[in-house]
Design a protein around this ligand. Structure first.
Ligand code: NAD
Ligand code: MN
Length: 355
């Protein structure tokens, strides 16, 4: 039988509350679709571990995680005790780098039962995939400050784009666009203003597009693209962007569909020999942690992405359908969506529908 080994890291705050619901649904999917899960829970990559050990993870974290098919992650951060840059760099960023998770993938879909902040949009109107380059681009450490503290002070930070790094993210995005019914890819650019890297990026997109004749391709400057996300989100299907532009769009997209409590994210290396990491978009939500009222849908949905990554497409589809059916019923929604269910009741409702 098909078996998947998963490192389970709940992390901080509501991460600990939504993770059991994510696991409940994965186990229901495993039973219904005939595969098995081997789960290994880890108590590191959280701020309690930091309080005890002075670091977010043990030095041998990679050995402890070992050869797994994926990492299933909750949320990290507890700003009262550990500064956010310490908790983030000591955990998630280590995984992204070590496993070269160069794709940041965020599905953005307007779900039934979720109030849309955009006027006159209904489920079906917004359904896109945002593909963000996750390793290079604008987020480089090359640069510095000269003549600090003087009137001549100069600060520079380089953008680094490689053909290798750009082509691999574009190939991923085109492959994804080709598989989706609309076969439409939008590239985020800014070649009018950022006149070296972005025209070069456009050139890589054009060259790649030539080998995907079925995929209709267009490009928008990032500023008007952000505006169009709000005004005409139905224009977009698959959207590919550099690290910075993708960062912005991948928060804007979920915001256009109502709540970050349901948004999922994958940090993916398509090479299945190293683990990819699946997590909800939201953080540890200290303001509601410990109350059992957090929305578990983001955690559950990223579990579906993980199943899809394993090739368990039917199970993944079933989980997404179960989420839709659950959200459509007010009593099964959590309070952030105007419902009355607690975390566990909502998780159980999804799991029952999967089973
Ligand atoms: P947050 O996502 O934790 O919370 C923002 C707001 O959304 C809060 O009001 C919260 O109650 C609400 N919210 C978030 N998730 C929810 C859910 N599932 N159900 C219902 N309501 C939900 O963002 P923040 O407050 O800016 O950050 C808190 C901590 O989380 C910080 O330490 C931050 O660094 C960390 N963080 C971690 C990640 C991650 O693990 N990838 C992402 C974002 C923030
Ligand atoms: Mn972001």
């Amino acid at each position: 039988t098909r078996q998947y080994k998963i490192a389970v890291i709940p992390g901080d705050g509501i991460g600990k509350e939504v993770m059991p619901e994510g696991i409940r649904v994965l186990e229901a999917a495993a039973k219904a679709y005939g595969f098995t899960l081997e789960l290994e829970w880890h108590d590191f990559a959280c701020c309690e571990y930091y309080a005890e050990h002075g670091q977010m993870m043990p030095d041998d974290w990679k050995e402890r995680i070992g050869a797994v098919d994926a990492i299933y992650f909750g949320a990290v951060g507890w700003p009262d005790t550990v500064p956010d840059h310490v908790s983030l760099w000591g955990s998630l960023i280590q995984f992204r780098r070590e496993y070269d998770q160069y794709v940041n993938l965020r599905p953005v879909r307007l779900m039934p039962g979720v109030p849309c902040p955009l006027a006159n949009r209904k489920p079906g109107d917004i359904d896109m995939m945002i593909v963000r380059e996750n390793t290079e681009g604008e987020y480089s450490a090359i640069g510095g400050i000269s003549f600090p503290g003087t009137a001549r002070e100069v600060v520079m930070q380089e953008t680094v784009m490689t053909r290798f790094g750009t082509d691999r993210i574009l190939r991923y995005a085109f492959d994804l666009a080709q598989k989706r019914p609309k076969q439409h890819l939008t590239s985020a650019t800014k070649s009018n203003g950022i006149a070296i890297t972005m025209p070069w990026w456009d050139g890589r997109v054009e060259e790649m597009a030539a080998s995907y004749p079925e995929v209709r391709t267009d490009k928008y400057h990032i500023d008007i693209l952000a505006a169009q996300f709000v005004m005409n989100p139905d224009r977009f299907d698959t959207v590919v962007a550099s690290n910075l532009f993708g960062d912005i769009l991948s928060d804007l997209g979920p915001a256009c569909t109502g709540t970050i409590g349901i948004a999922p994210c994958g940090n993916i290396n398509p090479d299945r020999s190293v683990p990819s990491l699946f997590e909800p978009v939201h953080g540890s939500a200290p303001d509601i942690a410990g109350k059992g009222i957090a929305n578990p849908v983001g955690q559950i949905w990223c579990g579906a992405m993980m199943l899809e990554h394993f090739g368990e497409q039917d199970a993944a589809d079933a989980v997404v359908r179960a989420i839709e059916a659950t959200l459509a019923q007010a009593p099964l929604r959590t309070r952030d969506l105007g419902g009355s269910a607690n975390t566990e009741e909502c998780g159980k409702a999804v799991a029952e529908r999967v089973a």
